[in-house]
Design a protein around this ligand. Sequence first.
Ligand code: NAP
Length: 318
Amino acid sequence: MRAVVIDGRGTFRLAERADPAVGPGLVAVRVHAAGLNAADLQQARGDYPAPPGWPADIPGLEIAGEVEEVGAGVTDVRAGDRVMALVGGGGHAEKIAVPAELLLPIPVGLSWREAAGFPEAFSTAWDALVVQAGVRAGDRVLVTGAAGGVGTAMVQVATASGARVVASVRRTALHNRVRELAPAGGGVDVVSPGQEGERAPYDLIVELVGGEDCLRRVELLRTRGKILVVGVQGGAVAPLRMVDLMLARAQLIGTTIRGRSPAEKALLAATVRTGVVPLLADGRLRVPLDAAFPLDRYADAYARLAGPGKFGKVVMLP
Ligand SMILES: NC(=O)c1ccc[n+]([C@@H]2O[C@H](COP(=O)([O-])OP(=O)(O)OC[C@H]3O[C@@H](n4cnc5c(N)ncnc54)[C@H](OP(=O)(O)O)[C@@H]3O)[C@@H](O)[C@H]2O)c1
């Protein structure tokens, strides 16, 4: 099979690799589309190694494709099924072997590209907002960096949970597109960075940007509010006035998925399968696509991922 591989110098190249072996509990998937994530670039720089059991030098954390073969003991899927999954790596290739318990069914009518952009962003959003922060109807939620892959998912999951969402987006050209993420009547209020305080107080702040000022936003929280730290590309060090945290009786929650145990990942996949995929199937959630590239244009795909002004997900089409 062909795969994108990390060449050890922070860059990528295309290579021929043996097809993955389909051991017990595994499923071989022919990848039709695969999502790109900032973690792929971090992995190429050597900052974010793949967890054990996954290809160490093939990036790609989410895939959509067709089941080709199932390993011993797999009974839930069969050849020809359309599946998507959040994986530990190896997605930017023509084939991948995935533990059956991580597979999610692709709803009828959803394209490969949309399916490829779903697992990472929406698993992250559901797990952070619903499972960890316990978002509830009527909550006021601020999402920073809201036009990207994870941001557009956060805005939708929060809205679907009945929250009133304020989205912070630095490209004014994207404000309307983010506003339109809410189903009719839902209402997403979109602001530019620096204006978030005008809509305070918040029950929950989802931090997707980071940077030196981000924890000053503790002062924008309601009593017992929460800050969820999910992305810190804008800077991973931020001073916190602890007295503000104390006075608000607030919680600071950090999260990642990649380093979790296989059992925790299987549990999250089960939660997403039953709680989130149905919302995708009935159109209450959608996957905004910024751009799609064939596998041999991998360099353009990663450049687009790293570039400014995206709305939603970048995907590759092996
Ligand atoms: N913890 C986890 O489990 C987890 C899971 C997935 C992703 N993440 C992290 O979450 C973050 C978002 O991921 P993503 O896939 O949504 O990335 P993305 O698609 O690249 O979106 C990032 C968004 O943030 C905006 N942004 C970047 N720097 C900014 C700044 N200094 N001020 C204001 N806006 C800024 C970008 O705007 P421009 O277009 O203007 O640059 C873009 O809209 C990344 O850091 C990623 O590593 C974490």
